[in-house]
Design a protein around this ligand. Structure first.
Ligand code: SF4
Ligand code: SF4
Length: 149
């Protein structure tokens, strides 16, 4: 059971329900890379890194794997909802080491950390939540600050 207590992070006094940390260990099931339609936001730095990982130019990577959504860019999906970078056989990310911040920071997104109920909802979709080693508050805050989702 997580208790609410006051903590001081980066000089800011905050009250968070997850101040005792949260457990997470990715089971590599691939569920978050497939299924219903969604967006995996990418910036130029991430495109460059993933392109290098896959051995193509950033321009080629963008032509093959990225779509424009207004002023933003997202990885494309296959017809079945799989992320275009998910290996269809192994169900692993083909750019794992260079995957976007959105993927690296899951499940420590603001939207999941908002309330214990929001976290429980994330845990319903992700079997890695509430499993494995305790991730300390400092690490959670660091992850959440990398991208605001
Ligand atoms: S749904 Fe959770 S456990 Fe499965 S691959 Fe994604 S992060 Fe890992
Ligand atoms: S980039 Fe990789 S980790 Fe992110 S959704 Fe696609 S396959 Fe999954």
């Amino acid at each position: 059971m997580h208790t609410i207590r006051k903590v001081i992070m980066a000089g800011i006094r905050k009250e968070v329900w997850y101040s005792n940390g949260l457990r997470f260990h990715c089971t590599q099931c691939g569920d978050c890379c497939s299924g219903s339609e969604g967006y995996v936001w990418v910036n130029q730095e991430e495109i460059n890194a993933m392109a290098a990982r896959l051995g193509v130019s950033p321009l080629t990577f963008e032509e093959r794997f990225v779509k424009r959504v207004g002023v933003r860019r997202s990885l494309t999906e296959r017809a079945n909802g799989d992320c275009v970078l998910l290996d269809e056989k192994t169900r692993k990310c083909t750019a794992y080491e260079e995957r976007p911040r959105q993927c690296k920071t899951w499940p420590f997104w603001d939207s999941n950390l908002r309330t214990p109920e929001a976290w429980a909802e994330a845990a319903e979709a992700c079997p890695g939540c509430d499993k494995g080693n305790l991730v300390p508050l400092e690490k959670i805050v660091e992850q959440a600050a990398k991208i605001r989702i």
